[in-house]
Design a protein around this ligand. Structure first.
Ligand code: MD3
Ligand code: FE
Length: 206
């Protein structure tokens, strides 16, 4: 199945089979020690815990150096994730995507209380699409407009294995996760609880 929610916003439910999802859970387990609740410039703390491959990510910028003190180096962005991103884009947009070269993977972990408010992703200088992969508990994903945080928006259920690609005019749409659906994940995933979301992006930085 392939659903185009808006121009450039393509949802492919159940794109990753169970084995591929389990592989991603395993990879994320190796990165889990770096998960942090990011501090917002306004003093708030995000309920989602994140870690970034390829760059350090801060709301709302990328950095080559860690600026919050613990001195940890940037976690490398693995080749196989770029390959997965090109396959995702090719399937979503029905063509090859040889020029897609993501250099950032943002890994978000949601426990049963975590939410993400409506926001735009504007840290990247590249206009290339964002590839989003969901694993674990289902969630309500809110896809808004490109003007503001208000209506109109569309709520979509994202389930484990779903691929969503956001490009073209949808690249700057407001979006968020108003709630997850605790306990809906398949125990066979090897994820004890919660929801993982991995987004692949081209930073456009060097
Ligand atoms: C639409 N993550 O990491 S994925 C984020 O489920 C983020 O963790 C959410 O929003 C999550 O920034 C939503 C879907 C998504 C990701 C990036 C987008 C939708 C997007 C970028 C532009 C437009
Ligand atoms: Fe986002």
């Amino acid at each position: 199945v392939r659903r185009e929610l808006a121009p450039g916003a393509v949802h492919l439910p159940d794109w990753l089979d169970l084995d591929a999802q389990r592989e991603l859970v395993r990879a994320c387990r190796g990165w889990a020690g770096a998960l942090r609740a990011a501090r917002l410039p306004n003093g708030g703390v995000m309920s989602v815990r994140s870690m970034c491959l390829g760059w350090h990510w801060y709301p709302y910028r990328y950095s080559r150096t860690i600026d919050d003190g613990d001195g940890s180096p940037v976690t490398p962005f693995p080749e196989w994730l770029g390959d997965l991103g090109r396959r995702a884009l090719a399937d979503a947009y029905l063509g090859d995507a040889p020029d897609y070269r993501p250099d950032v993977a943002l890994v978000n972990y949601y426990d049963h209380t975590a939410r993400m408010g409506l926001h735009q992703d504007r840290e990247e200088l590249s206009t290339a699409p964002v590839v989003s992969l969901s694993i674990g508990d289902a969630c309500v994903f809110r896809f808004g407009n490109t003007e503001n945080r208000g209506r109109p928006w569309t709520d979509v259920e994202l389930e484990s294995g779903d691929l969503f690609v956001f490009g073209g005019p949808s690249r700057l749409a407001f979006h968020g996760v108003p709630r997850t659906r605790p306990g809906t994940a398949d125990p066979a995933l090897g994820l004890v609880a919660g929801r993982l979301n991995i987004t692949l992006r081209e930073s456009g930085l060097d």
